[in-house]
Ligand binder design. Sequence first.
Ligand code: ADP
Length: 219
Amino acid sequence: MIQAKKLSKKYGNLQVLNNVDLSVKAKEIVAITGPSGAGKTTLLNILGTLDTADDQPNTALQIDGVDLFSLKGKALARFRNQQLGFVFQSHQLLPEFSAIENVCIPAMIAKTPMKKAQKEGMELLSFLGLSNRADHKPAMLSGGEQQRVAVARALINKPKLLLADEPSGNLDSKTAAQLHELFLSLRDNFDQTIVLVTHNKELAALGDRSLQLVDGQWS
Ligand code: ADP
C-alpha cells in the first residue's frame, strides 16, 4: 500500500527526517512512536501529501501504486480527497455544522450526490454508535463522540489509507481504549490500512507493527 524511499525533510538547518524508508502492506495497522520532535507528524504529513519531502535523488513515494511526486495541483487534491482519510488529535470538526453534515463534507468535495453521501454517512455514524447524535453540533458531543465523528468523516470517501496523528491524545483513558478498539474494527470491517502516530503504548501495541522514530530516523 505504501512504498516510501529515502524521505528527508530539512527546515533551515534542522534535519527533521533523514532518509526514512517505509513499506506498509494493505490492511496493516502500523504505529509510529518516538519522542516529541522526532519527526513523526512531519512523516505522516508527507505520507498524506499535506507536506512534501525534500527533492533529492532516489526519494520516492507510492501509495496504492500511484507515484505521489508525479501528482500536482488538482490531481493531487483529488487523490488526497478520495484515497486518504485523516484523523488528527483535535477533531477539527466545523462547529456550525451537525455531525452528519461534518461527515458529508469530504463527499460533497468529491461531488457525491447529497442523498448518497447522507445515506453512507448515516451508515458510518450508526457503525460508530452515533446514529442518535447525527443532528448534534460538535459542541453538544463528548470528546470521544467528536473523535468518532471525525473518524466517520475520514472514512466517508472509502479511502485506501487512514492516517491518524495522536487520535486519542485528547481523550481520557477509557474513551481512548474505545477509540483504539474502533481502529481494529475498521481494519476488520472495511479492510482499512492505517498508519498512526501515537504516544499511547497500548494503541501502539494494538497494531501489527510499531516503529520508533528518533531524530528523524528509525531506531
Ligand atoms: P513529532 O511529531 O515527532 O513531535 P514533528 O514532525 O512535529 O515531530 O517536528 C519535528 C521537528 O521539526 C520539530 O523540531 C519541529 O519544531 C520542527 N518543525 C516541524 N514543522 C516545522 C515547520 N513548518 N517549520 C520549521 N520547523 C518545523
